[in-house]
Ligand binder design. Sequence first.
Ligand SMILES: Cc1cc2nc3c(=O)[nH]c(=O)nc-3n(C[C@H](O)[C@H](O)[C@H](O)COP(=O)(O)O)c2cc1C
Length: 396
Amino acid sequence: MKLRRCAILLIEPREKLSFDLDSLLNGGDGLDARIELLALAPHLDAEMLVSAAEVAMLNSLTAAPWHDFEALSARHGSELLRSLLAKGLLIGDDDAHAAVRERDERLRAANWHTHSAVSHYFGRWRGITSGEDAINAGLCTMSELFERLGPPPPHVLDRVPAAERIALPASEATPLDEILARRATCRNYDPAALVDKSTFSHLMRRIFGAQAAYEIHADNVVIKRTSPSGGGLHPTEAYLLIQRVEGIAPGLYHYHPIDHALEPLPAPAAGDLKALARIMVAAQKYYIDVPVMIVLVSRFPRTFWKYRNHTKAYRATILDAGHLSQTLYISATEFGLGAFITAAINEADIEQAFGLDPLRESPLAVCGFGVRGAECETFEFDPNRKVWPDGVPAPA
Ligand SMILES: Cc1cc2nc3c(=O)[nH]c(=O)nc-3n(C[C@H](O)[C@H](O)[C@H](O)COP(=O)(O)O)c2cc1C
């Protein structure tokens, strides 16, 4: 058998603190601090505890050229090699290691920068219910946060004394200013109202549709969107969970930006769209009923085709999603709809529900839009009363 190290690997010496009675009784601080070595390898689905000897072995093996297992065993013994193969940190070229090798190869082919890959893959959630947990832990409202964490850094930055500032002239508001003034993250959707089909279609074309497809070479086409994109590559796909759009069956879809069409996808395994909506947004209850939820999914290999192993490439994909989200907010506002975005999402559950291969494409955020409800039950930030003329309940 031949073997090599997995493509992407970081070792973290993580400090583990626990209560230590002996230390307390002997005049210490009552804490036992231990270092655990953790291997962070994104082709595996979990962190791996490793020993210092295993780390030393990993340090001595390359990730590109293959090594001969027998020759290495003769030199170092086979025990460490076998344990690292079992953990998936060493990759074997035989059938027994085909599954992990295939995952490692998919990750290699994507051209990730190491730090970015570790940040993305170990930042994904599965089954997290932070929306409910924050409420239960009393760490939700600004007052609770203030009480527990003290004051945050100041709301604006003063670099010079006020007298040294150069005042800028006032100007007339334009129609776009008016729209932007009405933009407020919506957390109160009408649970019955449908989004009409023509508005839905208009928004999808404007936000995610290709305004043009420009062929540079036969196999190299770039699309134009209303939002900018790093390298012009537009890696962001729109995957939808539709609950209430006139004339469109509730379900899961992928939006095709050139055909301006929805591609129906298999229904969620449990057949329950609301349950999926809930877990997608980590149990933030005010978003579960949104008529149109859109997962912003990045096809990383498209951006990393140009920006190979590049320190800025992952950042560019996140910024792309941010631009699309703001276009969505502005557009929904223009049509009198409410919009939202959340980064508190269960990426792994979303990938499973939409049939995404996380080593090729993965969610960065969930946003959406719909008809606002008549009452503001959950706080919205509308200090100028542009959305709620009678005001909203004061933030706690
Ligand atoms: C990247 C990002 C992530 C956000 N995540 C959440 C979220 O998890 N839950 C939520 O209710 N709002 C979320 N928001 C919305 C913000 O809370 C909101 O923008 C902020 O309170 C200011 O209100 P405004 O958008 O009405 O001006 C997010 C906004 C951004 C840009």
